[in-house]
Design a binder for this molecule. Structure first.
Ligand SMILES: Nc1nc2c(ncn2[C@@H]2O[C@H](COP(=O)(O)OP(=O)(O)OP(=O)(O)O)[C@@H](O)[C@H]2O)c(=O)[nH]1
Ligand SMILES: [Mg+2]
Length: 363
């Protein structure tokens, strides 16, 4: 049988076949050549500014890398890209798993790309150990968007700490903007702390909800509603219209009770069907209206300034804490003090003070 023959041959080739020394030499030479060919920072920047997606992706990979050489290179690229960033609308889209964020983004992004805007979709998913693969599957879910020359989709790597992912997303925004993307979407699974991180890096925060059981107003945290600049109830189709309309009324009433936002914007509540592409265009118009309003009032710039300030402090805090816990002497002392706190021979405050003094002495 021919099939058997071919599989036997394949097995034979793989089994125990060692590369010849000439093959090994070629591989080593190729590797060295690649190493030599690693583009310089300037080459990276030049191509990113021209909108070269492959360089943009490689630069984001450097940003996401944990290798210190990569991080340093990423840092230099970012510095040079920074003066070319900032010219965009940053939109955060959040909602519980399965609410339809990716489906919505695919339909929504078209409103922008059809008007010749360039859209980059970034995904932040620190909970990916729980919802493994939900975002990495997005590239296949957003089929039409993947083919759109005006769109770029970048799933975030999984399994990192919240602070790390948030920082990398912020840096990826800068790179995308430098590459000419004027509309940035950040998709995040609404399961807690990560909404706050996304809220602190976007101009407009959109909350996607479902009508009916499972995602009702009662179960939602006050903070998330407070952050929202618009609430959109998705899946208003297939006989679900009544439930979505009811949810719309409930959320509208609830929002009435919230104090006026600093932006003086009243968040609208609407319904849509992402799969049927209904009610999507009005959300686009809402955002355009919002951006025009806050740019005129000066809130847009003020808000971004505030965000930059927040990230400056946040990064300092993260860096200090990282250095503190990396210190070997502190690590040893921490064990000793933790035991003392556990045995109630020392208060946590006294122990923290002693550790901080020790860390200062190490510097
Ligand atoms: N009926 C209906 N189904 C929808 C709609 N939007 C999305 N869905 C379906 O809901 C499911 C989840 O959609 P996704 O877009 O993957 O949801 P998501 O919020 O991105 O999910 P995660 O990334 O896993 O958090 C899919 O089966 C979609 O086809 C809609 O407007 N109506
Ligand atoms: Mg999704």
């Amino acid at each position: 049988m021919p099939a058997k023959k071919s599989s036997a041959r394949t097995l034979k080739e793989v089994d125990g076949a060692k590369p010849s020394s000439s093959l090994r030499d070629t591989a080593v030479q190729q590797f060295k050549k690649q190493q030599r060919k690693a583009p310089s920072t300037d080459t990276f920047v030049k191509h990113i500014l021209k909108g070269d997606i492959s360089y943009l992706s490689r630069a984001i990979t450097l940003v996401e890398s944990t290798r210190s050489a990569d991080q340093q290179k990423a840092h230099h690229i970012l510095e040079k890209c920074l003066p070319h960033a900032n010219q965009s609308i940053r939109i955060g889209i959040t909602g519980v798993p399965g609410v339809g964020k990716s489906t919505f983004i695919e339909a929504f992004a078209k409103c922008f790309t059809q008007k010749n805007r360039k859209v980059a979709v970034l995904a932040i998913d620190p909970s990916s150990t729980i919802y493994k693969g939900s975002i990495l599957g997005d590239k296949t879910r957003m089929e039409a968007l993947v083919k759109d020359p005006n769109a770029y989709i970048r799933p975030s790597p999984s399994g990192d700490a919240l602070g790390g992912v948030a920082r990398k997303t912020r840096e990826s925004i800068i790179l995308c903007e430098a590459a000419g993307f004027d509309t940035i979407f950040i998709e995040t699974v609404g399961v807690g702390q990560n909404e706050t991180a996304v809220h602190s890096m976007v101009d407009f925060f959109l909350l996607l909800k479902l009508g009916g059981a499972g995602d009702a107003l009662q179960g939602i945290k006050r903070g998330i509603i407070e952050m929202a600049d618009a609430i959109v109830i998705n899946k208003a189709d297939q006989g679900n219209q009544k439930a979505t309309e009811l949810a719309r009324t409930e959320f509208s009433r609830a929002l009435e009770l919230y104090p006026l936002k600093d932006s003086h914007w009243k968040p609208p509540v609407s319904t849509c069907s992402a799969v049927c592409n209904q009610g999507i265009e009005p959300v686009y118009e809402t955002i355009i209206r919002y951006i025009s309003l806050v740019k005129k009032s000066g809130y847009f710039d003020k808000h971004r300034e505030k965000q930059n300030n927040y990230w400056l402090r946040e990064t300092v805090q993260q860096q200090l804490s990282h250095e503190f816990y990396q210190n070997k002497i502190v690590q040893q002392a921490l064990k000793k003090y933790a035991k003392a706190v556990q045995q109630s021979t020392m208060t946590p405050f006294k122990a923290a003070e002693a550790l901080l003094t020790l860390s200062k002495e190490q510097r």
